[in-house]
Design a protein around this ligand. Structure first.
Ligand code: TTP
Length: 257
């Protein structure tokens, strides 16, 4: 997997918003997305909230990608990324549209990932590292532009599980998901940087909501303690005001490339 090295910092990294997101629908649930590197503990975070009646938890998208009408796209992706990244990321985008638009009677919707991390982290990384062809990148970008301009993909809060690449590398080898056995540290370092620039430094892509950061290098008991501290925030649908977080994005609003 040396294929995902040396992610170049180029101008195309700086996706500008040329148009704001499609306006949110009335009575939309308070929507929270949980982001972070592979193996950062997103599932642990979502599991914690599964016990609350008023929270709709949308998780385990990876299981959908392992069985698309009998095809294991995750396995195909890791075996031959140049061949399969377009198909894989197309499926990710579909899963995320489904998650974003799924109706619920719950007052809070908690999602594992979003259409934004698919586009701003994974697709961008594949393109920058020249695994994905420019024409394929453009097709996915056009879809992304259409979706974000025509559907309600608004979010109210982002939980960013910050980790170090070394810690997630260790966790990934411990959990031994068979498709991921070849994932090298260098790939996780690239994804780490791209998440950091997006959500922590806020210097690359549009950040669609205020960000709360959690130190997800911590072990399970400490993670659960940190999660319990944001429980009230999420259950009470508390909007966060600048400057309590790093929001608003330093990038100008107005639309995607
Ligand atoms: P994650 O969505 O990061 O899920 P996870 O199960 O690793 O999360 P956690 O351990 O924090 O609970 O990634 C699942 C797999 O899908 C992983 O191998 C990376 C891959 N993936 C892509 O290749 N492209 C994408 O756009 C996304 C979202 C994931």
């Amino acid at each position: 997997m040396s294929w995902l090295r040396n992610v170049a910092q180029s101008e195309s990294n700086r996706i500008q918003l040329l148009r704001p997101l499609n306006p949110p629908k009335k009575n939309r649930p308070f929507t929270v997305i949980v982001e972070g590197n592979i193996g950062s503990g997103k599932t642990t975070f979502l599991d914690y909230f599964a016990k609350f009646k008023d929270v709709e938890v949308l998780q385990e998208p990876v299981n959908k990608w392992r069985n698309v009408q009998g095809h294991n796209l995750l396995d195909l992706l890791y075996k031959d990324p140049s061949r399969w990244s377009l198909a894989f990321q197309t499926q990710v985008q579909l899963t995320m549209v489904d998650f974003h638009t799924q109706e619920t009677s719950a007052r809070v919707k908690l999602m594992e990932r979003s259409i934004f991390s698919g586009r701003f982290c994974f697709i961008e990384n594949l393109y920058q590292s020249k695994i994905m062809e420019p024409a394929e990148y453009s097709v996915l970008s056009e879809w992304f532009k259409w979706i974000t301009s025509n559907l309600d993909v608004n979010v109210d809060l982002i939980i960013y599980l910050r980790t170090s690449p070394e810690v997630v590398h260790q966790r990934i080898s411990n959990r031994a998901r068979k498709e991921e056995k070849t994932v090298p540290l260098s790939y996780l370092q690239d994804l780490h940087k791209i998440h950091e620039d997006w959500l922590h430094n806020q210097t690359t892509h549009f950040v669609p909501a205020p960000v709360i950061e959690i130190d997800a290098n911590a072990d399970l008991p400490e993670m659960l303690e940190q999660i319990s501290k944001v429980e009230e925030q999420i259950l009470n649908r508390k909007k966060i005001k600048y400057p309590e977080t790093t929001f608003p994005s330093k990038l100008p609003l107005p639309s995607y490339q």
